[in-house]
Ligand binder design. Structure first.
Ligand SMILES: NC(=O)c1ccc[n+]([C@@H]2O[C@H](COP(=O)([O-])OP(=O)(O)OC[C@H]3O[C@@H](n4cnc5c(N)ncnc54)[C@H](OP(=O)(O)O)[C@@H]3O)[C@@H](O)[C@H]2O)c1
Length: 309
């Protein structure tokens, strides 16, 4: 099928393009500023996705069978720094794409976030549970999923994703890439010992999205995540162990929410997701932590540092 993919240069979008190509699909990938190579993208277009008229013209020109939205302002701090621009990308863009999908009878996939929840309870959230975002990013993602499902209820699926691991095209986006950036700068990575997440890789999420492209009957809001819940600190220590880095070269300091009460107001303590509804319908399996770690590569910008003795 012909797929109109936004965010083709992002962590998830780049993985989606590779996974879709493996399944024989034709991906028209939309990029913003990224200039590097993107395997799996059959046709590449540069577009400012905040420009609604240009976006609409591009979608109508491609006339896709499926629209997959992996573009976003996906860092809460960046969202806070420019709420209007992030609203355009995080809310207006997915709404417009869903309306276009409805117009074209195209499959429509969107990604939301675990941050639709406040994280105050330790048990897993099901997709139908009451939402309660505590920061602007979470509120924008929640608004986006509601708008997408309202605009194309019989065509759209939205997947709420967890903290993501993996290898991003720019090498700076994902969890281990950020750790390497700290270590290369000579800074200890400060990681919460009492914030719990259920990570999966962008590759694994991309496999889910490709399956969902092919399963048009699966509509609505779903959850996806990895098989294990663990603290950010435990995750960092596991990543350091995977790369066989000694603590003196790759220091990690455990911090707690109580030590940083102001920051904790905008951060969720525990985001566990019940993924059984979607996992029961797909061939793609949730990954264990060792499976996720096995995918991680030394970021290109860290290779000289990493391989120096
Ligand atoms: N990363 C996570 O931990 C995480 C967790 C839960 C949910 N999510 C959600 O998963 C989805 C994918 O996130 P991600 O981490 O893969 O994102 P990402 O790596 O930050 O990539 C964002 C993408 O959006 C594109 N983009 C942003 N502004 C644009 C503009 N004005 N015009 C054109 N393209 C623009 C970027 O293009 P250029 O780089 O080419 O400019 C890039 O391809 C998002 O919906 C995010 O909210 C992410």
């Amino acid at each position: 099928m012909k797929i109109f993919l936004t965010g083709a240069s992002g962590l998830v979008g780049a993985a989606f393009a590779r996974a879709a190509e493996r399944r024989g699909h034709h991906v028209v990938g939309i990029v913003g500023r990224f200039a590097g190579e993107l395997p799996g993208v059959a046709e590449r277009r540069s577009l400012d996705l905040a420009d609604e008229a240009a976006l609409t013209a591009a979608v109508l020109d491609v006339f896709p069978d499926a629209i997959v939205n992996c573009a976003a302002i996906s860092e809460p701090a960046v969202v806070d720094s420019d709420p209007a621009h992030s609203h355009a990308l995080n809310v207006v863009l997915p709404t417009t794409l869903a309306r276009l999908a409805h117009h074209l009878s195209a499959r429509c996939l969107h990604i939301s976030s675990e941050q639709a929840f406040d994280g105050a309870r330790p048990t897993p959230y099901a997709a139908g549970d009451a939402t309660s975002p505590i920061n602007l990013y979470g509120r924008q993602k929640l608004a986006s999923e509601q708008a997408v499902q309202a605009a194309a209820p019989a065509l759209a699926a939205t997947v709420r994703a967890p903290l993501l691991m993996g290898n991003s095209p720019g090498g700076k986006r994902s969890t281990h890439e950020r750790l390497f950036a700290d270590w290369m700068a000579g800074k200890p990575a400060q990681l919460y010992a009492d914030e719990f997440r259920q990570p999966c890789t962008g590759e694994n999420l991309a496999e889910v999205l490709v399956e969902l492209c092919e399963r048009r009957e699966l509509c609505g809001v779903f959850h996806w995540a990895g098989a294990e819940l663990l603290s950010r600190h435990a995750l960092g220590v596991a990543i350091r162990g995977h790369f066989k880095l000694p603590p003196e070269r790759a220091p990690i300091v455990a911090v707690t929410r109580a030590e940083r009460p102001e920051a904790a107001k905008n951060r969720q303590a525990c985001l566990a997701l019940d993924i059984s509804a979607l996992a029961g319908k797909l061939k793609t399996r949730p990954q264990t932590l060792p499976e996720q770690l096995a995918e991680l590569q030394v970021p290109p910008s860290a290779r000289a540092w990493y391989f120096a003795s």
